[in-house]
Structure formats: C-alpha cells, structure tokens
Design a protein around this ligand. Structure first.
Ligand code: FEO
Length: 170
C-alpha cells in the first residue's frame, strides 16, 4: 500500500500534468489564431505528451492500490505577448514541474518507498529533456528573432515536430 502522503502527492501531480496539457493547448490555440501553425503543432504534441504523463501516474496509483482523485484544473492564460514569451513561460513551467518531481522523489526516499522512487526515475530523466527542448527553442528565437523571417523559420521548423519525436522534429 502507498503511504497516504505519497498517494496525495501523486494525485496533486496528476493535476499538475493535466494543467500542463491545458496550458500547452492554450498556447497552441493562441498560436493557431495568429496563423503560427508550426508553433501550434509543437504545443499540441506537447499537450499529448503531458496526457501520456497523466496516464503513467494514473496507472501507477491504481497498480499500487491508491485512488485517483481528480481536482479542478486551473484556467491557463488566453493571451501571450509573442512567441518568445510563450517559450519562456513554457520553460519556466517545465522548471516548476521538475521541482515538483524532485520533491516527490524526496518524499519517496523519506517514506522508504523504493517502488515509487524507481517509478519517478523516468520522470527525472524526462524533465531534463523537457527543459532542454524548451530552452533550445527559446535560445534559437533569441538568436534569430521572433518576427519576420526569423519567426517564419522557427514556425516552419516546429511544424516538423511529430508525436514521439524531439522538439526539433528529429
Ligand atoms: Fe509532464 Fe512537461 O512535464
């Protein structure tokens, strides 16, 4: 059986992952409204990945005899300044999620829950990739600019991202 505190925090994490998906769908919707279909594509796929994270926590909780309890999801922002703003916010959000995952690992260690610690290892690695992917795009935007030709190039590159591929569409 899972410790009550771990069960509670895994449910909080499900809510955070759902919010991540919601946040990225909001970013995709903003981008699509601006005809930035590549940026929209990137964030739609990112949102799907967040839903896959939700599923991992959902299955793990059930496997360990815990209960999945869904709480309300916060409303994400509707408006964003520009594409640089979006990627800066997405990076900040991923850094927040990383902090939360590390907090969960600390809790699993404190509770001597080896199974949960091992389960969370995948997320520790995943967060390194998530942050790197957002940061990489943000740095490129800063280099070539988020308007005119630079924006067109970024949007074209992000249109190539497909489900299961890296942020660069590789
Ligand atoms: Fe589920 Fe992007 O972290």
């Amino acid at each position: 059986m899972l410790a009550k505190e771990i069960e509670k925090e895994l449910n909080v994490q499900i809510n955070k992952e759902l919010y991540s998906a919601y946040y990225y769908v909001a970013m995709a919707a903003w981008a699509e409204n601006k005809s930035l279909n590549g940026v929209a594509n990137f964030f739609k796929i990112q949102a799907q990945e967040e839903m896959a994270h939700v599923q991992k926590f959902y299955h793990y909780l059930n496997e360990r005899g815990g209960r999945v309890i869904l709480e309300a999801i916060d409303k994400p922002p509707v408006e964003y300044k520009d594409v640089e703003d979006i990627f800066a916010l997405a990076l900040k959000h991923e850094q927040y999620v990383t902090q939360r995952i590390h907090g969960l690992v600390d809790l699993a260690i404190k509770e001597n829950d080896h199974a949960t610690k091992t389960f969370l290892d995948w997320f520790v690695t995943e967060q390194v990739e998530e942050e790197a992917s957002m940061d990489d795009i943000l740095q490129k935007i800063k280099m070539i600019g988020a308007s005119g030709h630079g924006l067109f190039m970024i949007d074209t590159q992000l249109a190539q991202k497909s489900a299961g591929a890296s942020a660069e569409g590789e």
